[in-house]
Structures are given as structure tokens and as C-alpha cells.
Design a protein around this ligand. Structure first.
Ligand SMILES: [Zn+2]
Length: 128
């Protein structure tokens, strides 16, 4: 959905650039911007999608901690390389709290700003 909107509005991007940490979902070189579309469960957004399975809790806690640490590391590295980073949380796009029109506004604002880091939604994970 995000890709379709970008393309339709004249924003040109590349997908999953493997030379960048975290393999960002969308990269817009012209805007020096990378976009991650983060699943709330795996990336521990803190919203209602951020459940923890009942079995093997230790395994999951470790796994989740690693995921979040990796996200922070990747974003830090990207910012150090003068990339600008936006995280679009899954729950901003789907589910009962979704507001895709708002995502589009925030995305446009971000691309046309000098903001270094932003994330969608009311729950700020503050990965930097
Ligand atoms: Zn979420």
C-alpha cells in the first residue's frame, strides 16, 4: 500500500537494499530516506498486536530483546550514515486503530522535511 502510494505520487524508490543495515523495506535515495514497515509483534511496538505467546516464554523474551536491540542498532547506524529513517508501524495500516490516510500525510511531511527520525501512530517506541 505504501509503495503503491509512493509510486503513484511520483516518489521513486528501491526495495530491500541489502547493503543497508536492517534491509529497509523502501529506500528513497533522492530524499536520503529509508522506510521500515514494522510488524508490531516482531518489533515489539507496545500496541495490542504486541502479544507474547504463552509457551516458551523465555525463548520469546530473548528473541524479542534481540529484535529490538537489532532495530536500534540498525537505525543508529543509518542515522550515522546520514540516512533519515521512518518507521511505519503495522497497526497504523491495518486493524481497528489504523489510519492509512494519516500515514500518507506523515510520510509526505517526513520526506519533504529534514527530520532524521519519525514513527507513525500514537505509541512512540523511540528507537533512537
Ligand atoms: Zn503497533
Amino acid at each position: 500500500m505504501v509503495r503503491k502510494w509512493l509510486w503513484a505520487n511520483g516518489y521513486r524508490y528501491r526495495l530491500h537494499r541489502k547493503d543497508l543495515p536492517g534491509k529497509p523495506d523502501i529506500v528513497l535515495p533522492k530524499y536520503r530516506a529509508v522506510i521500515f514497515v514494522h510488524g508490531c509483534f516482531w518489533h515489539r511496538h507496545g500496541c495490542t498486536f504486541t502479544t507474547t505467546p504463552d509457551t516458551r516464554r523465555d525463548f520469546w523474551y530473548t528473541k524479542f530483546e534481540e529484535n529490538v536491540a537489532r532495530d536500534k542498532r540498525n537505525i543508529k547506524y543509518l542515522l550515522e550514515q546520514y540516512w533519515r529513517v521512518m518507521v511505519i508501524w503495522e497497526c497504523s495500516l491495518i486493524g481497528k486503530n489504523a489510519a492509512p490516510e494519516q500515514v500518507v500525510v506523515e510520510l509526505t511531511d517526513f520526506l519533504n522535511s529534514e527530520t532524521c527520525f519519525t514513527e507513525t501512530g500514537d505509541i512512540k517506541r523511540r528507537l533512537i
